[in-house]
Design a protein around this ligand. Structure first.
Ligand SMILES: CSCCC(=O)C(=O)COP(=O)(O)O
Ligand SMILES: [Mg+2]
Length: 233
């Protein structure tokens, strides 16, 4: 093996602060959810989200008001449910476009992603946030438009981030052996799943939340000292 070909990165807690997601993005979606469904509720994507949420909850007869209440509950619980994530992305799009939200990306992450891209690494995102939401946070970021750096995006439609099969699917989509890929995350369960699928892993511990010790994944406080070429060989 001659080093990594691709880096797949998580967003919340890895490239971007947990506080931004919890204190800015989620409250913005919660504040605008009722109004958004009232004004866009007849659009096919929104109808599909409402219907998928009812199916997921096992409550097929819920009306729209009840479904919105369900989605609000899921939002408060930080449920990584695809219909909720899709709706959040649609709501955030308005906020980014109006300049009310700017995507948080750590300066060290932006700097490293630019350097790795320049060295020829293929960069991908795998986040519970929808692909649309991923493009927004990086497209309207405080570090500028970072989307030209990325070759592709994966969300929960590929599968849960804590299941090895999701990483196998990503490797297949990238047309790479898993051993050519480095996965970055702040979530040990995600790192375990990626390692089980044969990917290299690195844990980002930015000190925002307590990450249980002893997990065995190479750990970094930020991207400054994280060299994919030293980790994958
Ligand atoms: C795409 S930014 C919003 C992130 C989000 O909704 C979320 O649930 C965070 O999940 P991640 O997999 O990036 O930790
Ligand atoms: Mg994360």
């Amino acid at each position: 093996m001659s080093g990594p070909v691709a880096v797949v990165t998580d967003i919340e807690g890895t490239t971007s602060s947990i506080a931004f997601v919890k204190d800015v993005l989620f409250p913005f979606a919660r504040k605008h959810l009722v109004e958004y469904v009232a004004t866009h509720g007849e659009e096919p994507t929104v109808r599909q989200c409402l219907s998928d949420a009812r199916t997921l909850a096992g409550e097929p007869s819920l009306d729209d008001v009840g479904t919105v209440a369900l989605l609000q509950r899921w939002l408060d619980e930080d449920r990584k449910a695809t219909p909720l994530k899709t709706l959040q992305g649609l709501i955030w799009a308005d906020g980014y476009a109006r300049g009310e939200i700017k995507g948080h990306v750590h300066a060290d992450a932006a700097r490293a992603l630019r350097a790795w891209h320049a060295r020829g690494l293929r960069l991908y995102v795998y986040s519970s946030g929808s692909v649309a939401a991923q493009k927004l946070i990086f497209g309207y970021s405080v570090e500028g438009d970072l989307t030209p750096l990325f070759s592709g995006y994966f969300d929960t439609t590929t599968g849960p981030k804590v299941e090895a099969a999701s990483y196998t699917k990503i490797a297949q989509a990238l047309e790479l052996p898993p051993g050519d890929i480095l996965f970055l995350s702040d979530n040990v369960a995600e790192l375990e799943a990626a390692r089980q699928a044969g990917l290299f892993t690195a844990c980002l511990d930015r000190g925002e939340v307590a990450i249980p010790p002893g997990h065995g994944h190479p750990t970094f406080h930020d991207f400054t000292t994280l060299d994919p070429f030293a980790l994958v060989s």
